[in-house]
Write a protein that binds this ligand. Sequence first.
Ligand code: RBF
Length: 159
Amino acid sequence: MSSVTVVEGVFKADGKRFGIVASRWNSFFADRLVEGAVDALVRHGASDSDIVVAKCPGSFELPQVAKRLAMTKKLDAIICLGVLIRGSTPHFDYIAAEATKGVGALGLDLGIPVSFGVITCDSLDQAVERSGSKAGNKGVEAAMAAIEMVSLYDALDNS
Ligand code: RBF
């Protein structure tokens, strides 16, 4: 019988504090992601009073606001939510790249988990699918990743 140590997180969010940063651009869809994320956090034990939602102009600003939120030192994890819909300009790719790079770098730098719930869609149909219909709700998935990561960090600290 192998005696390897396996460290993993569980989906329990009670007593943990979460920041959600959400883009107002494409808010019709982004608000569904926020609702999904809040619902997932609360259903896994987080209190409403331990969740703060910061709305920023667009996905480009997500890393900036996430960093500012983290500077309050009051949060266990941050969830970044945004909706990019491909248009006829190259902006989609530039903003998607900045948001991805920025959020990823924060996760490495801040010492708390930062999860990525930015959906990149070629069409309105895809945005509908990913914000609460056929393809689920990517806000829920980002919240679940944040819950698991907070628990994993706790487990690593105690291993
Ligand atoms: N922000 C988004 O979150 N999703 C988008 O689909 C989106 N499309 C944009 C398209 C153009 C042409 C521009 C100029 C901005 C767009 N933004 C979008 C906003 C961007 O993330 C940022 O808020 C603004 O560029 C201000 O810094």
